[in-house]
Design a protein around this ligand. Structure first.
Ligand code: PXP
Length: 239
């Protein structure tokens, strides 16, 4: 059974829409922890569009389950991680214009710089995972540059337009998982998983961890809305 890492970025997205103090992603992390999540994931983006530096500092202090910091493979971010010391770093590709992480890291073409960054992170006792597409060459290169884990990108599976395509993408994912295990790396998966499509991926035995964000935060907004409106009505109607 895979562990569940909850990505809380989009709690901060709502906060940053007003640049205010609510909703607080740190409070959200504690609720996820209480609910039984196995890990908290936060992506500190170069443009700080959602999670802020202060958030990850506070998350490090209060999160008692695994804290997985997602970040770009840059020297600036390695400095941040070295200071914060998350339990795990997941290195992801990052482009300013993108709406969300698009595609996995190209480990094959960035071996040397990745090797150096990974060494620096591991020296601090941080477990390093690389977010990659489930392609044999990327998997092999991930082992060669010293990663301890890979997170296989489930976006292609999640975005499948037909059942046939979904089956094909699932097969690619399963083959990828097999290859990762042959290289003795830990295997995680995530991106684009929803309440509707998660079951087939969760059923892949060797996957140790699923990282899921947008769908959980989206559902939280809707399942919480009824209570939130009733609470406001109680205040409004007192007046
Ligand atoms: N894993 C990685 C590496 C990601 O970049 C993201 C998105 O931040 C996720 C998992 C979670 O994706 P989603 O929000 O679509 O569940």
């Amino acid at each position: 059974m895979p562990k569940l890492g909850v990505n809380i970025d989009h709690v901060a997205t709502i906060r940053e829409a007003r640049r205010t103090f609510e909703p607080d992603p740190v409070a959200a992390a504690l609720i996820c922890q209480l609910a039984g999540a196995d890990a908290i994931v936060a992506h500190l983006r170069e443009d700080r569009r959602h999670i802020q530096d202060k958030d990850i500092q506070l998350l490090r202090e209060v999160v008692k389950i695994k804290f997985n910091l997602e970040m770009a493979a840059t020297e600036e971010m390695v400095k941040v991680a070295t200071k914060i010391k998350p339990d795990q770093v997941t290195l992801v590709p990052e482009r300013r214009q993108e709406v969300t992480t698009e595609g996995g890291l190209n480990v094959v073409s960035k071996r040397k710089p990745l090797e150096t960054l990974i060494k620096a992170l591991k020296r601090e006792g941080i477990v390093v995972s690389l977010f990659i597409d489930p392609h044999p060459a990327q998997i092999r290169a991930s082992a060669e540059v010293g990663a301890q884990a890979v997170e296989l990108h489930t976006g292609e599976y999640a975005n499948s337009g037909t059942e046939e395509q979904s089956k094909q993408e699932l097969k690619k994912l399963m083959n990828g998982v097999k290859r990762v295990k042959e290289l003795n790396l830990r295997v995680h998966a995530g991106h684009g998983l929803t309440y509707q499509n998660v079951a087939h991926v969760a059923a892949i035995e060797e996957i140790e961890e699923l990282n899921i964000g947008h769908t959980i935060i989206s559902r939280a907004v809707l399942v919480g809305l009824d209570k939130a409106v009733r609470e406001m009505l109680a205040l409004v109607r007192i007046g």
